[in-house]
Design a protein around this ligand. Structure first.
Ligand code: ZN
Length: 206
């Protein structure tokens, strides 16, 4: 069963979410919510979903980037640059994130709570995450590239943050306009054309 994904402006997206206890994680309510969030993410062709996005202010996210999903339609060179590889479905609860390589990576990013828009959003290249899984067992791993981006995006949701708080704001655009005008342009072209205030790129070029 799919849930309604709330849109930007909804208070719950701006509130810090609370952690779950082991008993709560193992309880039927949370297990049902996980199933519903998985269905909702798949129905929306998303690669991540945080509980606040379905109106529940708890520290729970689901992630999945299936090989036959969006990833299949991305040109090979862009996919390589994004370091984007398929990710199996998994659940992270009460996650703690630590940046282990802060080198900023710049790519367009969207969000199911900002339907129809996207923007170039800098994210750290690699992170380390400690969390609990859906059985309340501890998990601990490193991630880089696109997976690190997804983790930063989803864990931001648990802190009341959206990508628009981190984006290069002049790159913010409608997905329709992106599809009509910019799909074949490089990020550098887009930044130049739109006069994106790309301090990160400038600093690297100096
Ligand atoms: Zn989002």
């Amino acid at each position: 069963m799919s849930l309604v994904v709330v849109q930007a402006g909804t208070l719950v997206l701006r509130q810090p979410a609370r952690p779950l206890s082991g008993d709560e994680i193992r309880g039927k309510q949370t297990q049902d919510l996980i199933d519903q969030m998985r269905d909702t993410m798949r129905a929306a062709s998303g690669v991540g979903l945080a509980a606040p996005q379905v109106g529940s202010s708890i520290q729970l996210i689901v992630i999945e980037d299936p090989a036959d999903g969006t990833i299949a339609s991305i040109p090979q060179d862009l996919r390589a640059a994004q370091e984007r590889n398929p990710i199996p479905f998994h659940v992270l609860i009460n996650p703690r994130l630590r940046v282990i390589d802060e080198t900023p990576r710049l790519f367009f990013e969207g969000c199911l709570s900002l339907t129809g828009f996207k923007a170039i959003t800098p994210r750290a290249h690699a992170v380390e995450v400690e969390a609990l899984n859906e059985k309340a067992e501890p998990v601990h791993f490193d991630a880089r590239g696109w997976y690190a981006r997804i983790l930063q995006h989803e864990i931001d949701h648990l802190n009341g943050m959206l990508y628009i708080d981190r984006m290069l704001s002049r790159s913010f655009m409608s997905e329709l306009v992106y599809g009509a005008h910019w799909t074949n342009a490089t990020l550098d072209d887009i930044c130049r054309s739109l006069d994106v205030h790309n301090t990160l790129l400038r600093r690297r070029q100096d």
